[in-house]
Design a protein around this ligand. Sequence first.
Ligand SMILES: [Zn+2]
Length: 268
Amino acid sequence: MGSHRGSKTGGRDEFCSVGDCLPSYAVRISVRARRARLVMSAAGGLEIVVPQGFDTARIPKLIHDRRDWIARAAQRVEKERRRLREEPPRLPDRIVLSALGETWEVQYRSNEACSAGAVRRAVARESAGGRLTVTGDLGDAQACKEALCRWLRRKARESLGLWLAEISGRHGFEYGRVTVRLQRSRWASCSPRKAISLNARLLFLAPEIVDHVLLHELCHTVEMNHSPRFWILLESHDPEYRAHRRLLRAAGTSVPTWLDHGPSGRQV
Ligand SMILES: [Zn+2]
């Protein structure tokens, strides 16, 4: 037990004792958690996972008690983030889009003219026989990666929009605007105005899992929540939804590592 300097200014005071490495934390309620635990990751920062019904007023003390662990974990994560930022991305020789049943062999071709101040330092173009050619400054792996990301987003826009229209028509749903993004966090989302946003990473998943994600979002056009009514509705359209959800949870590993390597390239 340490001495308490200063006095009761609440949790913030305890935060400071953890050091500057701890900018913030997120609380996640887990139905499976038996007791509170702390998770630190490069992607999500510090997360406090608590069981349902956990008294969140206990969190500041929890953080205080674990401050040494948090400081060490924060250092480890910072090192990991720095490494990811500094290391050039590794580029793929092959891209398998399981959702579309397509395999692309990727070739890289140097183009000196491209590196001389062109707006785009690399471009990715499809050619016959399932070949994808990245032309540009091959010394700039990040630019090549961004070219691949732009291509991926284009593929996703072409295919996922039609996919959603088709499955929606078959199941009798209506929705608003569709956007396709390449993001790290969610697979998809649905706004109260029934606008559906889809992650281009869905192209790396099996077709039945993509169906499942699309049906999940389409059900949100009717039930804007995860209430029991929502799950009943989803089950009526996707009877295997429990198995699909399990597969989806494990699906992060189907996304190739080159996509997450290096700076996130949010502009892409
Ligand atoms: Zn949902």
